[in-house]
Design a protein around this ligand. Structure first.
Ligand code: UD1
Length: 427
């Protein structure tokens, strides 16, 4: 059986300081929309540094069903080429397993004039509406219909328009990606205000521009896209994963260790570096990466998650584990997914003192975590439980680690290589 495809658990014996070097891989959240963008492109797209993850394999299956030939070469580069444009339906069995499947909506609409994508529904981190995706695509000329729980969008032609794409919690990463991808082939100019500024959106725009698109303002909330008649495939290297890098930075800090992280882009992690330095972690830029160490008990702090360049929601659970061991009370407020707190109950089973009120958790500093059996609920929450296990007294068993396999490449191997006692076992 392929590693990570069954039901596994991680057994961790806590107490080791992590020391050494971990190379950061390609960004999942950049690779997935760029893979979907291959639907727009004529000729071959070659993507380097696509991480080998369950979510990436899932996107490959979806694209193959949508007529995109998709395979890795011996060096690991991914080759994508559209072979059949007849299918425009992303079905429930695939979309329900991976929310990023929604990234095919804009490309299918723009290239094949019709897109039918099963509504992704909620998930462990709360409601995940797609109203902004639909609103933005309607603004450039799509007609919307809800059919048997599927979003159906049609348009004979797309026409550039000006729009505000913010929701109650600010910009949306994948809605910006979807509208930007569709607008590359629309007639005329599209302006998106309140566009997401995440580095993954910038990487997607860089890829599309290399294919012939005319996008300006990526990385700012004011995105301008001038439509072009066609896009042509290119070779592109996916940016490093800032969430994987941030997780290993926290792993170094929580174990009072010292990790070099080649590939980590400090410029994508400024809010995280700022908070870590503020609590006493030493973070130094290295040529092509970063070194993180911590030799003492950390100070408490306040953290509010926000869209980029604010502190990422995808590191909220991990930093909560870290602040549990600070010398005093910290406050964490979640402003992107206000219900994203399933890890609170599990960290409490390991001795954390956490008080949740609405979207805010007060974290009381404790001396140590105590190993326990705990349940992973979503990708980043699972990482937080593993981090806590690394420093816990005794043994921690983290169940349902398929969540980890969705988004961290060879996580236990990378941790073991720098001194962690962690092993994968069948349930
Ligand atoms: C992406 C990331 C995910 C990360 C999240 C926030 C990918 C594949 N996933 O998810 O890892 O946690 O950004 O950084 O890149 N919203 C609406 N209406 C919409 C869309 C979103 O109200 O149509 C709300 C969401 O409920 C949430 C907020 O906007 O409160 C931000 O979500 P969004 O940026 O869309 O997250 P994703 O793109 O799904």
């Amino acid at each position: 059986m392929r590693k990570g495809s069954g039901v596994d658990l991680f057994e961790i014996t806590g107490g080791n300081r992590l020391r050494g070097s971990v190379t950061i891989g390609g960004a999942k959240n950049a690779a997935l929309p760029i893979m979907a963008a291959a639907i727009l492109v004529e000729g071959e797209t070659v993507l380097e540094q696509v991480p080998d993850l369950a979510d990436v394999r899932q996107m490959q299956v979806l694209l193959q069903r949508l007529g995109v030939h998709c395979e890795r070469d011996a060096q690991g580069a991914m080759h994508l080429r559209v072979e059949d444009e007849s299918n425009t339906h992303a079905e429930y069995d695939l979309v329900s397993k991976m929310r990023a499947s929604v990234c095919v909506l804009g490309p299918l609409l723009a290239k094949r004039k019709r897109a039918r994508v099963s509504m992704p529904g909620g998930c462990a981190i709360g409601d995940r509406p797609i109203n902004l995706h639909v609103q933005g695509l309607e603004a450039i000329g799509a007609e919307y219909e809800l059919l048997n729980g599927d979003v159906v969008l049609k348009a004979k032609r797309l026409t550039g328009a000006e729009m505000f794409l913010g929701g109650p919690f600010g910009s949306s990463v994948t809605a910006t990606a979807n509208v930007m991808m569709a607008a590359t082939l629309a007639e005329g100019r599209t302006i998106i205000e309140c566009a997401a500024c995440e580095p993954e959106v910038v990487d997607l725009a860089d890829f599309l521009n290399a294919c012939g698109a005319r996008i300006q303002g990526h990385g700012t909330p004011h995105l301008v896209i001038d439509g072009v008649p066609k896009l042509t495939g290119v070779q592109h290297r996916v940016i490093p994963d800032r969430i994987e890098a941030g997780t290993f930075m926290i792993a170094a800090a929580i174990t009072n260790g010292d990790l070099e992280l080649p590939g980590a882009r400090v410029d994508h992690l400024l809010a995280v570096v700022d908070r870590l330095r503020q609590i006493g972690v030493i973070v130094e830029r290295k040529d092509g990466g970063v070194e993180v160490s911590s030799a003492r008990r950390l100070e408490p702090t306040q953290i509010t998650t926000q869209p980029y360049p604010g502190f990422p929601t995808d590191l909220q659970a991990q930093v909560m584990a870290l602040l549990c061991l600070a010398d005093g009370n910290s406050v964490i407020t979640e402003k992107v997914f206000p219900d994203r707190f399933l890890h609170v109950g599990e960290l409490s089973r390991m001795g954390a003192q956490l008080r949740k009120e609405g979207p805010t958790v007060t974290v009381e500093g404790i001396k140590r975590f105590v190993g326990a059996p705990v349940m992973a609920s979503d990708l980043r929450a699972s990482a937080a439980l593993i981090l806590a296990g690394l420093i816990a007294k005794g043994t921690t068993r983290v169940h349902r680690v398929y969540h980890i396999d969705r988004g961290y490449e060879r996580f236990e191997e990378k941790l073991s290589s720098v001194g962690a006692h962690i092993r994968r076992l069948p349930e």
